[in-house]
Design a protein. Structure first.
Lengths: 337, 339, 529
């Protein structure tokens, strides 16, 4: 390990460091990187051919209506996953709270007050989750599990578990019923959110830090970054996504109840992971989450059309999460070895 | 031989006080004892009936504690099992769907063991983080419970056995409590006196060292998940017997309370530290708290809020991170100006 | 250079039987093209303490790992009592009686002393731990090394020194015939070291063969019967201690006539003080004052474990310090820095020791890594400019000589030397007032090393204050204008870079040149946590 003849060494080492030969092709990598495009296409084609009623305009609108709120939640939660903090379970409580506040407060006061209050609540969720995880270094699954129970508990306690109905004629109602071709307005909101958050993730300083933090916490901290704010920010975006998801959900049904968002946590997670965002952090994209949402929604729709109930849908989504993460983990193992 | 170098470990001493301090210093149950003391004293003043109607309280402690005991085995190794909630539901449904009671119980327990093995497979062989693997399993099994039960509670064929099961069996103790006590003793012995169980601490505390010392780490992890699955299935069986029906939605609140019991009890989420006794203390304080709230007429929703808060506080006040937290808070609040 | 004729050293007076217990013949091991151990032989008899010395990277640890069956050699055989062992079989080595005390402690923090001593070989009856048996064996092992510690104390409550002794007790409990210790005194105080050395002599008197690796030459001369000197993976000498001197051994370890051959020292013109640290105290740092001037390169030399990394990390605020003030003075004024972030905001750059875990986000592109500390320059109103990032990264990649300079590639795809260049590129963009580099060329090939040296010198020439930690003596000497040698968390001596040589640094680092035994008596009492 001496460098007594460094100059000679430099001269005699023209291309020795060019060991960047392309990696060998491995099916597992292809599956992890590109699989979702093929699977989604195949799924849609198969459904269109074999499932009665899938290709109808009414059904497609229905798929969009159901996909939009989950998708909006998922694109927001993508930030938490990319920051290597697993997921934000508390979106279940957040979506329901936003929906109830939107309809309940609009009925009592007006929509502006409802939205303002929702925003305050969303920021509070983001702050509590973010501080617990980013400052106290607590495990995100356990933290968001407890905030889910606290949040849902508060909501049910304060509302007494009652269902809120919006008036037959209102801004909210007309938002929920307006369509552009087969597209409900909520789909437009989803696409807008996805484009916006995609820009945030890829173009802004903050999004960059989220990716960097997810890829390597220590290196990000040692670059002089205030990493606590990065984590808080990621949970804030997740909270705002959940809030808007709640609004859209409430507008679609024009009713709100504390139990309406059951399953949003894992459907969103499934969409994110199936889209190709890695639970190991650092890698992922909002646009791919959008693709994941399409996949998960179409799959759910096929099951509904085939008469498979809630239980089967849950089984499918659980299996989907485990499979997608397994592919990710195996691809990662193959790369590291 | 030359005199031994005195490299004393600090607080050792001959007098009783010093010895007590040494023994206490080694324990990890501090927070659980504190919570238990506060809860017990406040309850004794405000709602003494919690203690006079102790069968109810003990029943609740057993309900929370059983699943927490199984979880503790997994968390000691630095892994996590979120699927316990659905394991409880699935095993209950499986049991109620089978005509013969003994056969049903055996099948339910086998299901628990199989779920544990499946969890371990994803964690050990595939290499998925156990948080995510068992989360996926949680959803999958919840779905399975719905499918198997056609989305409604399944009645137990042998209702009489169930009713008998809910009755006191030994003094004021119902079979549930006896099983809980049995599980507690078995696991306490397992992690303190049995080599396999004791090595869980090595797997969680310093996995590298465990490998180097020749401990079969993979097998220990599989064992841990199977214990957790088995205990959760046992809780499912007990629930089904007591209610004479299996509810496919059972277990969602148990998840929260049992995590809270284990973490309050001093079990470190990253593994290697904690005790079965601590989990018992955690379960006891949470049980008393829940019963006290119920008897005071507090709604279930508010109880969930309280337990959620307890879990949140427990997970952020982990003693190991307090020093780091001071630094983080200072860094967070410090001006963001650039030179 | 002396030759490889020492493959079969014959035991001298220190080996009563003349027959070695453990013998290694012609061991060769390379890692990815780099030869770590090159045709080395070694033989140790009963009752012999055999010293193994060499600079960092000389191949000592690899050789020991081959002996213990952890590493499979490319060539060569290890035998016990003349019977060849299965190469690279840890279990076989253990069963044959070879016990290795690792450099890094491998104890389980929450388990008790007794449990740790018998970890992996816990005595049981039908699955249950035989507690009395466990305690008896543990007590015996502790008794054998003469250390008294409560068997029921969890490791986490023991001092670092006691943990080291428990680790040795663990090796002794296996009733080994050969005991290998890798730098066991690195973290011990002088009194504890004395104790450990006496203990090893007692164990040898009872017939154990002991292989003792240390940088500390006085320790070698105090207890060893023979010493083997390695340099660059090759055997330099194997000689009875009576036939050599500390000076001769240091000469053999260093093995260079000329201090610098190709890499030229630069003319330093230090300006005003930029980084000033006073009274720094932290974990393993015991009150250190330090100043670095603009345009000056200050080197921190010393042995592994002397507290250099802890020192720089506590100065820059990456680790918590219990006492001390740090100021960074730039043309924008003087700033007292308490946290790491304020140091960075005031012009600090830090190249950490562990570049893969602390330095780079390996799954991100080179340009993203470079952009990380330069975000504010490369963005406007929080929006990053991709073209600016790409341009800046390309620029900096060319400055540091990244090969190939493809900044869209993931950092993890590059070799060690190139990765280190990426870390440097990250910080160069900020034109740091002070840069702290911890082992900047560890695991880096010669070509990249020379380029990194050139970059460090250029930084200093342009007025940056540079603080370098290095275990690589030629590097330290080539770069530094001033060398502080750290030992036991204190500065053992300061040398002028233009007159220092490897020997003077090594003497200070190993304690040969200072009076030993300045340990604080309080250090003996293990601190409970």
């Amino acid at each position: 390990m001496t460098d007594t003849s460094t100059k000679v060494a430099v001269a005699s080492q023209p291309a020795a460091q060019l060991d960047l030969s392309e990696r060998d092709f491995r099916p597992i990598d292809w599956l992890a990187q590109r699989g979702i495009f093929v699977f989604t296409t195949v799924l849609i084609l198969v459904a269109a051919v074999f499932i009665d009623g899938f290709a109808s305009l009414a059904n497609i609108t229905d798929v969009f209506n159901r996909a939009a709120p989950i998708g909006i939640v998922a694109v927001g939660m993508t930030f938490v996953v990319i920051s290597a903090n697993y997921l934000d379970l508390s979106v279940v409580a957040q979506v329901a709270t936003a929906a109830v506040v939107l309809i309940g407060v609009s009925n009592e006061y007006n929509i502006v007050a409802a939205m303002a209050l929702s925003l305050v609540i969303a920021l509070t969720y983001g702050l509590i989750n973010g501080v617990a995880v980013g400052v106290f270094d607590a495990n995100a699954v356990i933290v968001t599990l407890s905030t889910t129970f606290i949040g849902l508990g508060l909501l049910r306690w304060l509302t007494g578990g009652s269902i809120y109905f919006g008036p037959p004629e209102s801004l909210i109602r007309s938002f929920g019923t307006t369509k552009i071709g087969p597209f409900p307005l909520s789909m437009l909101v989803l696409i807008l959110m996805a484009v916006l958050l995609s820009l945030v993730l890829t173009r802004t300083n903050f999004g960059f830090l989220v990716r960097s933090y997810g890829s390597n916490r220590a290196a990000t901290r040692l670059a002089g970054v205030n990493t606590a704010w990065v984590v808080i920010g990621a949970f804030m975006i997740s909270a705002i996504g959940a809030m808007i998801g709640g609004f859209v959900l409430a507008a679609f049904s024009n009713t709100a109840v504390s139990s309406m968002s059951t399953g949003f946590d894992f459907e969103a997670l499934a969409a994110i992971i199936v889209g190709g965002t890695s639970v190991f952090g650092g890698r992922g994209s909002v646009m791919r989450t959008l693709l994941g949402v399409v996949f998960v929604s179409v799959l759910t729709n096929i099951m509904v059309l085939s008469g498979l109930g809630f239980g089967y849908q849950q089984m499918a989504i659980g299996a989907l999460i485990v499979t997608a993460v397994s592919i990710d983990a195996l691809a990662r193992k193959a790369t590291l070895s | 031989m030359t005199a031994a170098l005195e490299l004393g470990s600090g607080e050792s001493g001959d007098n009783l006080l010093a010895r007590v301090r040494t023994v206490l210093g080694r324990r990890t149950e501090g927070r659980a004892v504190a919570l238990l003391a506060v809860v017990a004293v406040v309850t004794a003043f405000l709602e003494p009936v919690v203690f006079t109607s102790y069968p109810v309280t003990l029943g609740r402690i057993a309900l929370i504690g059983l699943v927490a005991l199984g979880l503790t085995a997994v968390i000691l190794m630095g892994e996590l099992d979120l699927s316990v909630a659905s394991t409880l539901a699935v095993s209950g449904v499986v049991m109620a769907s089978i005509e013969s009671l003994p056969l049903g119980i055996v099948a339910a327990l086998l299901v628990g063991l199989m779920i544990g093995a499946a969890n371990a497979f994803f964690v050990v062989a595939v290499g998925i983080n156990s948080f995510i693997a068992t989360l996926g399993m949680l959803f999958f099994l919840r779905g399975s419970a719905f499918v198997l039960s056609n989305e409604e509670p399944v009645r137990l064929a042998n209702r009489d056995a169930g009713i008998a099961f809910g009755k006191p069996f030994l003094g004021p103790l119902t079979p549930r409590m006896l099983l809980f006590i049995g599980a507690f003793i078995a696991l306490q012995v397992f992690v303190t006196r049995v080599r396999v169980g004791r090595e869980f601490y090595a797997v969680g505390g310093n996995r590298e060292a465990a490998y180097d010392a020749g401990i079969p780490v993979t097998r220990r992890i599989v064992t841990g998940f199977m214990i957790s699955g088995f205990v959760a299935a046992m809780a499912g069986v007990i629930n089904t017997l007591e209610r004479t029906a299996a509810d496919p939605t059972a277990g969602s609140t148990v998840l929260l309370a049992s995590f809270a019991a284990a973490i309050v009890g001093g079990v470190l989420l990253t593994g290697g530290r904690g005790s079965i006794f601590g989990t018992l203390l955690g379960a006891t304080s949470l049980g008393i708290l829940q019963v006290a709230l119920t008897l005071s007429g507090v709604q279930v929703d508010v109880q969930n809020i309280v337990i959620g808060l307890v879990l949140l506080l427990a997970v952020i006040t982990d003693p190991n991170s307090v020093r780091g937290v001071v630094g983080s808070v200072r860094s967070l609040l410090q001006g963001r100006s650039r030179a | 250079m002396r030759d490889d004729d020492h493959d079969h050293p014959v035991g001298d007076g220190a080996d009563p039987n003349g027959e070695p217990i453990i013998e290694a013949r012609n061991i060769t091991k390379s890692f990815g093209g780099a030869v770590a151990v090159d045709g080395v032989g070694l033989a140790v008899g009963a009752g012999e303490i055999h010293g193994l010395v060499g600079e960092n990277g000389a191949g000592k640890s690899t050789l020991m790992r081959v002996l213990a069956g952890i590493v499979t050699p490319d060539h060569g055989v290890v035998s016990i009592d003349g019977v060849d062992l299965d190469a690279g079989n840890t279990r076989a080595a253990l069963d044959a009686g070879i016990a290795l005390v690792h450099q890094e402690l491998s104890l389980v923090p929450e388990m008790t002393v007794a449990e740790n001593i018998l970890l992996g070989s816990t005595p049981t009856t039908s699955g249950f731990i035989k507690v009395s048996e466990q305690r008896r064996i543990a007590a015996e092992a502790l008794n054998e090394i003469g250390v008294s510690v409560d068997l029921d104390e969890p490791i986490v409550r023991l001092s670092v020194a006691l943990r080291q002794f428990v680790e040795i007790a663990r090796a002794v409990a296996r009733k080994p015939r050969v005991l290998i210790l890798d730098e066991p005194t690195a973290t011990l105080t002088p009194a504890e070291t004395d104790y450990l050395l006496d203990m090893l002599q007692r164990l040898a008197d009872r017939g154990l063969a002991i292989i003792y690796i240390s940088h500390r030459i006085p320790e070698i001369f105090r207890i060893c019967h023979r010493v083997t000197v390695l340099r660059d993976g090759k055997l330099v000498d194997n000689i009875a201690i009576a036939d050599t001197t500390p000076d001769a051994v240091v000469d053999q370890m260093v093995g260079r006539e000329l201090k610098i051959e190709e890499g030229q020292r630069r003319e330093a013109l230090p300006g005003s003080v930029v980084l000033s640290a006073e009274g720094i105290e932290a974990h393993r740092v015991n009150g250190i004052d330090l100043q670095v001037r603009a345009g000056e390169i200050v080197g921190l030399g010393g042995l592994v474990g002397a507290g250099r990394t802890e020192l720089v990390r506590s100065i820059i605020g990456a680790d918590i310090r219990s006492a001390g003030d740090v100021t960074i003075t730039t043309d924008k004024g003087e700033a007292r820095v308490r946290t790491y972030r304020s140091a960075v905001n005031n012009g600090l750059a830090y190249v950490p020791e562990e570049r893969r875990t602390d330095g780079l986000a390996l799954t991100m592109s080179v340009s993203d890594n470079v952009a990380l500390p330069n975000r504010s320059e490369l963005s406007r109103a929080g929006i990053l400019s991709r073209s600016k990032i790409a341009r800046r990264a390309q620029e900096l990649a060319e400055v540091v000589g990244l090969r190939p300079p493809q900044v869209q590639r993931e950092a993890g795809e590059y070799s060690g030397g190139n990765q280190q260049k990426i870390v440097l590129a990250k910080w160069l963009g900020r034109k740091p007032a002070v840069i702290v580099l911890d082992e900047p060329t560890r695991g880096v090939d010669v070509g990249a090393k020379a380029e990194i040296h050139r970059l460090i010198k250029e930084l200093a020439d342009n007025g940056t204050a540079v603080l370098v930690v290095s275990s690589d003596l030629p590097e330290l000497l080539e770069l530094s204008d001033l060398i502080h040698v750290v030992r036991d968390g204190r500065i053992a001596g300061t040398l002028d870079g233009s007159v220092a040589d490897e020997k003077s640094v090594m003497s200070l680092a190993s304690g040969e040149a200072t009076v030993s035994g300045n340990g604080d008596p309080d250090d003996l009492v293990g601190s409970a946590q």
